[in-house]
Design a protein around this ligand. Structure first.
Ligand SMILES: [Zn+2]
Ligand SMILES: [Zn+2]
Length: 260
């Protein structure tokens, strides 16, 4: 079984509270070599770090999600900087814009996104970007401000091939999650078939977005192989090829051990 890397999970979500250790054990049994566990505000980022400290195959990303941008304390950037310097932090994020739910005012979302991009450039860390219904604004900011040397990933990519092409031109990786297995997700399935293999990542975004067989239930890293199999089928490749390539891409982007 070729090992998999889940590039985006929320294992500190309270839906994992009752059985987190079992979920992690199932992830190991399912061949997960590493999981990047992602924060969405300061407390959840600290929790990601703590969990990563207890499990060798877990890594942490620290950041402020656009939903939470309106609630950050005035000194959040300094506190994020401190968290980001701890061992096992492999990226800043998730950060970005969400014009679908608009839980924070757009101007605040943009400010907090840009400040975190600047912090990533300063700390030389890759970024994990959340973009929902905000494609033009996200691309505009990335073009104006610039990604750092370490680049980043468009997580749970939801755009069409045209947007994917623009993201690739900016040097971003494209990460696909459970929706690629949904029969009506035509745009995402087209992207899955066309993104160059060396720029593709996979993720669960668990507990959200379970692959088709588990829809309506809680997602978890052990379900990730289903995403790999779907992408492989769409590309006419063996699942092991997609597993190996996406794992190597995650290792390169996040600087995880085992990079060849
Ligand atoms: Zn997200
Ligand atoms: Zn997420």
């Amino acid at each position: 079984m070729v090992p998999l890397i889940d590039s985006h999970a929320h294992l500190n979500d309270r839906r994992f509270e009752a059985d987190r250790e079992e979920v992690l054990a199932r992830a190991r049994e399912a061949g997960l070599a590493a999981v990047v566990n992602v924060g969405f505000d300061l407390p959840s980022s600290a929790a990601c770090l703590e969990l990563a400290g207890a499990h060798p195959f877990l890594y942490a990303a620290v950041g402020v999600h656009p939903h939470d941008a309106g609630e950050v304390p005035p000194d959040y950037l300094e506190r994020l900087r401190e968290l980001a310097r701890k061992p096992k932090v492999v990226a800043l994020g998730e950060m970005g814009l969400d014009y679908y739910r608009n839980l924070s005012p757009r101007a605040v979302q943009e400010k907090v996104f840009r400040e975190q991009l600047a912090l990533a450039r300063e700390l030389d860390l890759p970024v994990i970007i959340h973009d929902r219904e905000a494609h033009a604004a996200v691309l505009g900011i990335l073009r104006k401000d610039g990604l750092g040397r370490r680049g980043g990933v468009m997580h749970c990519f939801s755009g069409d091939w045209e947007l994917a092409r623009e993201c690739l031109e900016l040097g971003l990786y494209i990460s696909l999650a459970g929706p690629v297995t949904y029969p009506n997700a035509q745009k995402t399935r087209e992207v899955a078939a066309r993104v160059p293999l060396e720029r593709l990542l996979i993720e669960t975004d668990c507990p959200y977005l379970p692959p088709q067989p588990w829809r309506g239930r809680r997602n978890e890293p052990a379900f990730l192989r289903c995403v790999v199999e779907e992408i492989a089928a769409l590309r006419g490749l063996a699942a092991d090829e997609v597993a190996a390539a996406t794992a190597e891409n995650s290792r390169l982007l996040f600087g995880l051990p085992g990079t060849s």
